[in-house]
Design a protein around this ligand. Structure first.
Ligand code: FEO
Ligand code: CA
Ligand code: CA
Ligand code: CA
Length: 638
């Protein structure tokens, strides 16, 4: 999501000043290129825009050149194919897409807006992916001005939304399950699907875990505090070893408005950026989003939602044990003893990185035993030390400052106010933690820190070393143990920086591999995926504003002589970010979600900055899932 709708940072007194920056940490990394080193080795090639060969990178595709364009582009030797677009049918009775007559009923049966996280799952639980699969896509948010005619630009549109439009937007949120099949090398919606489903902002869901049923979770429509309608702003996500999808509510604050009637919750709402006049005007039409009428409804959003894609009748479950914050994703790793570890980021300036460890191991032989595994375990928040160590601080009621004296009467309070609990534990305030993903080859955990222009000189720390961090960086967390048996449940780990984004030689502190080309630098890392060789594929969000180049996908080795040598592989159409990168296990296809195409300043339904992907007069831009394959077959990127 663009920064316009994201909160500007609600952590009032970040205790980031841990001391001086330990530059030695970076100089130890001989392959990284500091601005100084770049000057010494000559910036001419960079300045002249001549892409170099891949150097020591194992990735051999020819790099693209940075550009801003109405359409997308992929490295030579590869092709793109739109799998499904906003408005395409998901359910059998879905009407044909009619952007001039958008209704809630139609949207509830069609592919929703602004696809973000993507999961591609086997057609049957536990089976391999061959030529048929299940696609999950989040629908994070809506661009009111690009969905409806006559709305003007974005800010104008959100304020003047009608009740009917608000209902349609609600239905355009959530997620989709779509059976897909591979035909002639291209993935497309499958004929005769049995599992297709639309989850929306109104789908009944269960609340489970320690916060379920707590008085602060009760509303006039749900006296028990255990049942909620819908999920909102689902950004990134993950999957579980037992074949369910984890989909995560991010900027939920944008939907709740009006004057808060319960003043005991004023500080809690403030910490999450919930204000009287939010980004969306829904609260004027739907009572549950009006804080004067329903002061607790917002407490029921901001969670990780578990969905069983193999049972279209299953009820999605909000797992409160995983904490309440602006969740980016929730990706899992398995500890050697079989406990499941979920890594998560809270995407806000000066907010935190989290980890959840299940109380029990998962059981591959007994699926029923895993059903509620995510209801019991320990949520922790990350503290990064200057000596290269990091510690997971448990968010457990009764431990340390998390007591009634500080307003935490139970674990439910700790979870409903996860951010305030983490503040008290003095976790490390980060530069907007987006995706946190484990490299399956090395067991090293990668944290995308997208940017933080509010960080001042006085607030820099070793893990967030740049003031006014416009371009972000990528941090590695290294659990103890060998590559194939990392102790993901350990409380003490090591950390380091993988790269510092921005343009080398221009942006202070930008650091990559020495051989990174004039096209290989990136800005605003957001999400990532890994291929079968353990190489990282980084998607960006915000590069046009921060660096004047399109958002895209950059690939790099994570080990060996080509480590951190990022290479430009794909570029999004104007206004769009790239979300949900997902490489199939055999590297035969890279799925990506193109979100908010045309979300440029001044863009309107009538006159959008692009009409990607259809390029048909009168057709607005359409967020779409795209699959990238190698022309003629083979491993993507080779
Ligand atoms: Fe929805 Fe943090 O990106
Ligand atoms: Ca994003
Ligand atoms: Ca994101
Ligand atoms: Ca982002």
């Amino acid at each position: 999501m663009t920064i316009e709708l994201e909160d500007i940072g609600s952590n009032p007194a970040p205790r980031a000043t841990i001391g001086e920056i330990i530059e030695a940490r970076f100089s130890r990394r001989g392959t990284l290129l500091s601005a100084l080193a770049l000057a010494a080795t000559g910036t001419d090639a960079l300045a002249q825009g001549a892409p170099r060969e891949g150097g020591p990178s194992t990735l051999t595709f020819p790099e693209l050149r940075h550009q801003l364009a109405q359409t997308d582009a992929v490295a030579q030797g590869h092709k793109t194919h739109v799998v499904i677009r906003w408005g395409d049918p998901v359910l059998p009775d879905a009407p044909a897409f009619d952007p001039r007559n958008l209704t809630a009923a139609a949207q509830a049966m069609q592919f929703g807006y602004n696809n973000d996280f993507i999961a591609v799952l086997p057609p049957q639980r536990g089976a391999p992916i061959a030529d048929r699969a299940l696609l999950w896509a989040n629908h994070e948010y809506t661009n009111t001005n690009l969905m409806f005619p006559g709305m003007g630009t974005n800010n104008q549109a959100r304020a003047r939304v009608t009740a009917g439009q608000a209902e349609a937007e609600l239905m355009a949120h959530g997620g989709s399950i779509v059976e897909i099949e591979r035909v002639d090398g291209n993935w497309r919606p499958a004929a005769a699907p049995r599992l297709n489903r639309r989850i929306t902002g109104a789908t009944p869901m269960t609340l489970s875990g320690p916060a379920a049923g707590h008085p602060r979770m009760r509303t006039s429509a749900d006296a028990a505090g255990t049942r909620v309608l819908g999920m909102l702003n689902n950004c990134a996500g993950g999957t579980t070893p037992w074949g369910t999808v984890l989909t995560c509510e991010e900027n939920f604050n944008n939907y709740f408005g009006g004057e808060l009637s319960d003043t005991t919750q004023t500080e809690s709402h403030r910490r999450y950026g919930i204000v009287a006049t939010p980004g969306y005007g829904w609260y004027r039409h739907m009572a549950r989003f009006d804080r004067a009428q329903e002061p607790n409804e917002a407490n029921r959003f901001g969670w990780v939602v578990e969905i069983d894609p193999y049972d279209p009748t299953s009820t999605p479950i909000k797992r409160t044990a995983l904490g309440r914050f602006k969740h980016e994703g929730a990706t899992h790793a398995i500890a050697p003893d079989g406990r499941v570890v979920v890594y998560m980021g809270d995407d806000e300036r000066f907010d935190y990185v989290y980890r959840f460890v299940t109380a029990r191991p998962w059981d591959a032989q007994n699926p029923a035993a895993n059903r509620d595994l995510l209801d019991e375990g320990t949520l922790s928040v990350a503290k990064f030390e200057t000596d290269g160590s990091m510690r997971w601080l448990p968010l457990v009621h009764g431990q340390g400052p998390l007591t009634a004296a500080n307003g935490f009467a139970s674990q439910a309070d700790v979870l409903i106010e996860t951010r305030r609990a983490s503040d008290l534990l003095q976790a490390t305030p980060m530069d907007r933690p987006e995706d946190v993903e484990t490299n399956p080859t090395t067991g090293v955990v990668y944290v995308m820190l997208t940017n933080n222009t509010s960080r001042t000189d006085a607030r820099v720390d070793a893990a967030n070393p740049r003031p006014a961090n416009k371009h972000g960086h990528v941090l590695e967390i290294i659990p103890p143990g060998p590559d194939n048996r990392r102790e993901h449940a350990a409380d003490i780990m090591r950390w380091g920086l993988f790269l510092r984004a921005g343009k080398p030689g221009l942006d202070a502190g930008a650091e990559y591999h020495l051989a990174t080309s004039s096209e290989g630098w990136l800005s605003c890392p957001d999400n990532c995926t890994f291929d079968s060789k353990g190489r990282i594929w980084i998607a960006t969000d915000g590069a046009p504003g921060a660096a004047g180049v399109a958002d895209g996908i950059y690939a790099a080795d994570t080990t060996g002589p080509g480590r951190a040598l990022t290479r430009l592989f794909y570029q999004a159409p104007t206004g769009a970010e790239v979300c949900g990168p997902l490489m199939l296990p055999d590297d035969s296809a890279l799925f990506i979600a193109i979100q908010h195409p045309g979300e440029d300043s001044g863009s309107t339904f009538e006159s959008p900055s692009t009409r990607w992907p259809d390029f048909v007069d009168g057709m607005p831009p359409r967020p779409s899932v795209v699959v990238i394959t190698k022309t003629g077959g083979g491993a993507v990127g080779s």
